[in-house]
Design a protein around this ligand. Sequence first.
Ligand SMILES: [Zn+2]
Length: 83
Amino acid sequence: MYFESLLDAVLGERQIFHMIECPVCGFEEIYYEHLVTKRLIGRACRQCNFVQKFDPLEIRNRSFNGNSINSSPTQIVSTNKEA
Ligand SMILES: [Zn+2]
């Protein structure tokens, strides 16, 4: 039950969102969502003893990156036309 207490410590209240085959060991990798907000909070594989928490700050940073990526291809295209 060590793994369950690890999940409690890292992810807190949660329910199973979905399961996939773990890319590392082929066992079940479980994605968890928050009990109330239904926000994806993390994933875990008990075979690998692996727990990852999805940090809301990271998700925000990712969308910031997406915005900057959106503007950069236009610049690349115009550079190509000049060359
Ligand atoms: Zn695994």
